[in-house]
Structure formats: structure tokens, C-alpha cells
Design a protein around this ligand. Structure first.
Ligand code: TXA
Ligand code: MG
Length: 537
């Protein structure tokens, strides 16, 4: 088949693409998530061409793309209030909602189900194609079934040239992962595929929402897939990928020990790795991981290694969507650490210590990192000398002891001096914490919690294989710290404002605990405790 290339900036070429759709042909279009392979969703013969071009199993239903909310009425039997709220907030955008379908939707489009998936994309070129053709467009990701989804024109060309009538040469996809898929059919809506719109985003609009377990754990063979797409191996390069549920420290060690392994790592890891490597974004910015993951997966086969060890993204927020794709690319192959080393952090007054206490009751070994930093002998002579030289000689008092208050007054006077302080002391703090961890492991502890308000600032997150964040509403936190530390409202607010905002923490969490309701905290902690043991050998 001849495939023509369409320049989206030329109206007459876009009209040609629309004509192809009207005549029952196939056109690959860019969307903000991934490139989609589009045809007229209501023409069964046209839709069949999608399944042929992709080599897609026929029981895997397609998403119908429309450009405005009015078009939905003829396709779905009933929308409902919650769906209307989500549509208002997130459409156009990377959200797909599933409803009971009308008879107008052919059974081939819905994979034989009585439901249909609908999305209004934001990408202008996609919207133009829908409008110019006047058709709702069925469009799965424009890759050969099983391989990584395309986020660049070059990816599409590799997979689809010769298999479709036209490809639109659009821009790179801004989001880079497929849309969040949520079923609106059940009483409590259920997320079947995570995406850039997170469970937290959705819960904020409609309250309760469920997340299908198979997203992180894979399908247990006794269960039926709610979203048929979830049962197939997906996104996989030819090279074997293994996801490492271990700390950054442990990950780097494993690569050092085996130079044959390739690395699928974060940008910041590259300098520490001598193996063949490709990175997929910033460890501390899950959106950048979303944007880059598929490109990285496309590059893996060029590394020329047999096996690639991948770092695990975080299990919450957008990280969950990245993790979901990666774990499927790996065919659910993972390695785990022998002992869970878990960071516990959050804003002041977030209820972190309470969570630590419950974890302790459940048998975890909790290290209070704040206390560790205040141990008398934590800084050796050479470190104290350097601190004196950097800040002032009077940080050591007449008893020869470190005057922490004085040191603080110099070191916290500017961002620059705080940075200097950290550069000097952090290696010693990390070394001490590492020693305590080593001893706990020798003592047979299976779960070790690093309770640290400045976990990330201290880079202690590099020692952790999973991270728990405690959170609570601003007013509640304020009341808690006023009571706990006997502060004035003003001082308490000052202290709170000096910290990073909640999103900074929750974006980097694997597990988030809302401590507002003391009773439910125990349940939440127990649930996480159980899940953690899944991430242990
Ligand atoms: O971002 C996206 O959603 C991209 C772009 C092109 O819009 N499209 C996309 O389509 O990812 P596809 O076909 O690769 O993935 C659709 C997913 C599959 O996992 C499928 O099983 C699920 O949505 N799905 C579609 N209709 C469904 C239904 N009625 N019930 C349950 N799951 C459904
Ligand atoms: Mg797909």
C-alpha cells in the first residue's frame, strides 16, 4: 500500500486526509498523548482496517475521538452527572471515559462489548481531522500491536509506512503516554488505565474513585480483564527489560557488578553509569518521564545488550502511569530488595510521626533521621574544621562542642550558605544512616523506615526503595504544630511557609496517607504495609 505523508500546516493536505477518512481509509494523526491510527468509527469495514494494520486482537475495543460534547449523545446511552463534571474539567484532554453504547456504534469498534470508550483530544491537528471529515474517529495508538506506542512522527514511520493510507507529519506528543481510561459504568468509577490525569485529580472532582489492581500488579490469571487491552503484553522492545524495585544506591551497584546489563535510568543517573544506557526523564519530574518513556523504549534495541535493568518510577500520581507502561514493557519481570527500605516524609504537621508509630507497631524498624543528625559524634574532626573554615570559628563552643544554633544562624542566612552546609554535612549524615540500616539488616529487620522531614533535600531518598508521604489539610497542620510545639499562629505559619508545597511531596510518593481521619490512618497504613511486602523478595 502507498502511504502519503500529510503536512498539517497545509489546509489542502488536511482536506485530502479528511477525504481518505470519508472514503473509509486509514490516517495516522498526532494527538497530545500518542499518535493514533484513525478511521471512521461508525464504518465497520473501515474499522476492520485498523485491526489489520496493527495486527490487533479483535476483542480489544477502540476509543472513539470526537471534537465536541454534542457529538456524544448519539454514541452513548447515558452520561451521568459525574461524567459531566469530568468532561467539563478534563475535556478536551488526555481522559477517556467508558459508557454503555448506543446501537449506532458497531460491535467491531467496541470489541463486541456493550460499552464504548470516548475521548475529546486537545491536539489541534486531531481536532481538525475530526471536523474536516465530519466523522467520529476510532483511533488506537499507531503502533504494531505489542510494541511501544509512537510519540514522534519517526516512530510512526517505522511501524506504519506501507500499512496505512496516510500519515500526518505532526509534532512530538506533549504528554507522551496514552490517555487515562476510566469506566463510568460502575457506581464508583474505576480507572482501568492510568495516564497524565491521575486518580488524585479525578477524586478531587468526583470524590470516590477506584483504581483497578491489575494496573500495578498485573492480571491474575483467574480474573477477567475489565479493559481487554490490559491482558496483552504491550510496549515491549525486543530486548528483555527488568524493573528494579530497589534504591538508587542498590541499582547503581547492580550495574557496576554486571557490565553486560544495559540501563534504563533517570537523567540524573547517567553520569554514574558506565554500562550501555538510555534515560527516560527526570527522577523528580514524573511528567518528563511520561514524555520520554516511549522514546527511550524505542531506543533500547539499539543498545546491543541482552538485558536492560530499569529504575522503577513512583507508584502514585503520573508516576503510576509511567510505571504501568514500564512494567508491561518488562512483561512484569522485576527484581526486589531483600529488605524494604522505606522513606517516610511530608510537610510539618502532616502526621508523619503518627504513621511511623503505626508502622512500628506493625513490626517495622523506624529510624528517626532528625535525631540522627543531632547525635554528638556525627561529624568527625575534619568535618568540624571545614565547617569552621567555611562559616566561622565560633561555631565550636568553649567545651569543644558544635554549637548548632550558631551554625544555623550562619548557614541558614542565605540559600547559598545552606547549600554549602549541606554539601559538607550530608555525606556524614548519609553515611551514619547507612550504618544504622546495615546494622538493622544484620539484625534481621525486614522493613526499615527512614522518618525524615527533609528526605529529598538530604538525598536520603537515594537509600530508599519506596517512599510514603503523609499529608493533611493546611488548617489541620497549623492546629497540630501550634499545639505540639507551643507556637504562635504567626510563627507556625512562618514555619509552614518555609517548606515546599504538598504537591512536591505527593508527586514523589509511592504511597500517600491522608492523616485527617485518625481512625482511617491505621487502615491505610496496614494496606500499604501489605503492599510493601509485595515489593520484597
Ligand atoms: O491516548 C489515547 O487514548 C490514544 C490516542 C490515540 O487517543 N489511544 C489509545 O488507544 O491508546 P488504544 O486502542 O491503544 O488503547 C485503548 C485502551 C485499550 O486498553 C482498550 O482495551 C481500552 O482502552 N478500551 C477501549 N474501549 C473499552 C471498553 N469499552 N471497555 C474497556 N476498555 C476499553
Ligand atoms: Mg495501544
Amino acid at each position: 500500500m502507498d502511504t502519503i505523508i500529510i503536512n498539517p500546516n497545509k489546509k489542502e493536505e488536511m482536506i485530502t486526509a479528511a477525504e481518505i477518512i470519508k472514503n473509509g481509509g486509514t490516517v495516522v494523526m498526532p494527538t497530545e498523548t500518542v499518535y493514533g491510527l484513525a478511521t471512521d468509527a461508525l464504518d465497520p469495514t473501515a474499522v476492520e482496517k485498523i485491526f489489520m494494520a496493527k495486527g490487533r486482537p479483535s476483542d480489544n475495543p477502540l476509543i472513539i475521538h470526537i471534537s465536541s460534547l454534542e457529538e456524544i449523545d448519539s454514541l452513548v446511552a447515558h452520561m451521568g452527572e459525574k461524567a459531566k463534571k469530568l468532561a467539563e474539567k478534563f475535556w478536551p484532554g488526555p481522559l477517556t471515559m467508558i459508557f454503555k453504547k448506543t446501537d449506532l456504534v458497531p460491535s467491531i469498534t467496541s470489541g463486541g462489548l456493550d460499552t464504548v470508550a470516548i475521548r475529546i483530544p486537545e491536539n489541534e491537528v486531531a481536532r481538525q481531522l475530526i471536523d474536516l471529515s465530519g466523522k467520529p474517529l476510532a483511533a488506537p495508538s499507531a503502533n504494531v500491536s505489542g510494541s511501544p506506542s509512537p510519540t514522534k512522527f519517526s516512530h510512526v514511520l517505522k511501524d506504519m509506512a506501507g500499512r496505512v493510507n496516510a500519515i500526518i507529519d505532526g509534532e512530538d506528543c506533549a504528554v507522551g503516554l496514552e490517555s487515562t481510561v476510566i469506566s463510568m459504568v460502575e457506581d464508583v468509577p474505576k480507572i482501568l488505565r492510568p495516564g497524565a490525569i491521575t486518580p488524585e485529580d479525578i477524586a478531587y472532582i468526583i470524590g470516590e474513585v477506584e483504581v483497578d489492581e491489575s494496573i500495578t500488579l498485573g492480571l491474575d490469571s483467574t480474573k477477567e480483564a475489565l479493559s481487554p487491552g490490559m491482558k496483552y503484553k504491550h510496549y515491549a522492545p525486543k530486548t528483555k527489560v527488568v524493573v528494579a524495585h530497589v534504591s538508587k544506591e542498590e541499582y547503581l551497584k547492580k550495574l557496576k557488578e554486571n557490565k553486560e546489563l544495559g540501563a534504563l535510568c533517570f537523567d540524573g543517573d547517567l553520569d554514574y553509569i558506565e554500562n550501555k544506557k538510555v534515560s527516560f526523564g527526570d527522577e523528580y519530574n514524573p511528567l518528563s518521564q511520561a514524555e520520554k518513556l516511549f522514546s527511550a523504549l524505542h531506543k533500547i534495541d539499539d543498545l546491543g545488550v541482552k538485558k536492560v535493568l530499569a529504575r522503577a518510577p513512583r507508584l502514585s500520581g503520573v508516576g503510576l502511569a509511567v510505571y504501568n507502561r514500564l512494567i508491561r514493557a518488562a512483561g512484569f519481570n522485576c527484581i526486589f530488595s531483600d529488605v524494604n527500605i522505606v522513606g517516610l516524609t511530608g510537610q510539618t504537621g502532616s502526621g508523619k510521626s503518627y504513621v511511623g508509630k503505626i508502622l512500628e507497631e506493625l513490626g517495622a524498624y523506624v529510624i528517626d533521621c532528625d535525631k540522627v543528625t543531632k547525635e554528638d559524634d556525627i561529624y568527625p574532626e575534619e568535618c568540624l574544621k571545614l565547617l569552621q573554615k567555611t562559616f566561622s570559628y565560633d561555631i565550636i563552643n568553649c567545651m569543644g562542642k558544635l554549637d548548632r544554633r550558631k551554625l544555623g544562624s550562619y548557614a541558614f542566612s542565605s540559600k547559598d550558605s545552606t547549600k554549602k552546609l549541606n554539601e559538607i554535612v550530608l555525606p556524614y549524615i548519609i553515611a551514619r544512616i547507612s550504618d544504622i540500616i546495615k546494622k538493622a539488616v544484620q539484625d534481621g529487620k525486614k522493613m526499615i523506615i527512614l522518618d525524615a522531614p527533609t528526605l529529598f533535600e538530604a538525598k536520603a531518598d537515594e537509600l530508599c526503595d519506596k517512599i510514603i508521604v503523609a499529608k493533611a489539610d493546611v488548617d489541620l497542620r497549623l492546629a497540630r504544630i501550634i499545639k505540639r510545639d507551643d507556637l504562635s499562629v504567626e510563627d507556625a505559619k512562618k514555619r509552614m511557609n518555609a517548606q515546599k508545597e504538598e504537591k512536591f511531596y505527593t508527586d514523589l510518593a509511592d504511597f500517600i496517607i491522608d492523616t485527617e481521619n485518625t481512625e482511617s490512618v491505621k487502615e491505610q497504613v496496614q494496606e500499604i504495609f501489605n503492599k510493601l511486602s509485595h515489593y520484597r523478595k
